[in-house]
Design a protein around this ligand. Structure first.
Ligand code: NAP
Length: 247
């Protein structure tokens, strides 16, 4: 259980971040749920109340590409709640395109949203975790960052960057009792398959040993494990949640 622990989850307005915020709240955490869409965050908070979860979800509008806002939000959280025990860096975007025609703006936007934000959030939060001599950092990468994917040089670079960043942070912060791990999802519903024909979906599924797409809740389980009391001796690791795709 995560009773009374304070967690920050970025990209919590939908998909994997939303499922993670609700999972941590179900285990008793006070979750500061960050994203840009205030209305969607409010829905997540409403769901946590309706389901009478033992913890809570507090909406917090934040654009993770804004370093000044990140620093301010982390300070506000410490001021209002006194501690931050868990940080889940989940916010992410894609701007797919073939390498030869990829615009600088599409490369930069993906790197800033997916990778630089992880640096900014982790730097701000770890300053408090270091004093507390405890903390759990969980960063969401992707199998695309481990094996590469056509049309995703920008995205794969950002997600591979998260793996290197997390291993270096894990080594640096271990002596202060802080762990830092990575969860790398494969193809997760619904976003990955939206708009695809049944034929294309079946083609994708045939490549996955478990023959189905994953659910956001299945990724949230892995995040909650790495953030929870059972994972005290695990750091610097990459946990794929991909139906066996990468084995
Ligand atoms: P999603 O449904 O598209 O949700 C992305 C989340 O990130 C949203 O909550 C979005 O909220 C937030 N976000 C995007 N840009 C932001 C910004 N500038 N500032 C703050 N929040 C921002 O994505 P998902 O499928 O759940 O994926 C979540 C994470 O898992 C991502 O890092 C993704 O790369 C990774 N992943 C997903 C899959 C998959 O199959 N779904 C596979 C591998 C890895 P707002 O728009 O409200 O800001």
């Amino acid at each position: 259980m995560l009773t009374d622990q304070v967690a920050i989850v970025t990209g919590a307005s939908r998909g994997i971040g939303r499922a993670t915020a609700l999972k941590l709240a179900a285990q008793g955490a006070q979750v500061v749920a960050c994203a840009r869409s205030a209305d969607k965050l409010a829905e997540v908070a409403h769901e946590s109340t309706q389901r009478e979860l033992s913890g809570s979800v507090v909406p917090s509008v934040l654009d993770v590409t804004d370093r000044t806002e990140i620093d301010k939000r982390v300070e506000d959280t410490i001021e209002q709640r006194g501690r931050i025990d868990i940080l889940v860096n989940n916010a992410g975007i894609t701007r797919d395109g073939l390498l030869m025609s990829m615009e600088d703006a599409d490369f930069d936007e993906v790197i800033t949203t997916n990778l630089k934000s992880v640096f900014w959030m982790t730097r701000a939060v770890s300053q408090h975790m270091v004093y507390a001599r405890r903390g759990r950092l969980v960063n969401i990468s992707s199998v695309s960052g481990l094996s590469g994917k056509e049309g995703q040089t920008n995205y794969a670079a950002s997600k591979a960057g998260i793996v290197g960043f997390s291993k270096a942070a894990a080594k640096e912060l271990a002596k202060r009792g802080i762990t830092c791990n990575v969860v790398a999802p494969g193809s997760i519903e619904p976003d990955m398959i939206e708009g695809l024909s049944e034929q294309v979906k079946d083609g994708y599924k045939s490549l996955i040993p478990l023959r189905r797409f994953g659910q956001a809740e299945e990724v949230a389980e892995a995040v909650a494990f790495l953030a929870g009391p059972a994972a005290t001796y695990i750091t610097g690791q990459v946990r794929t949640v991909d139906g066996g795709l990468l084995m």
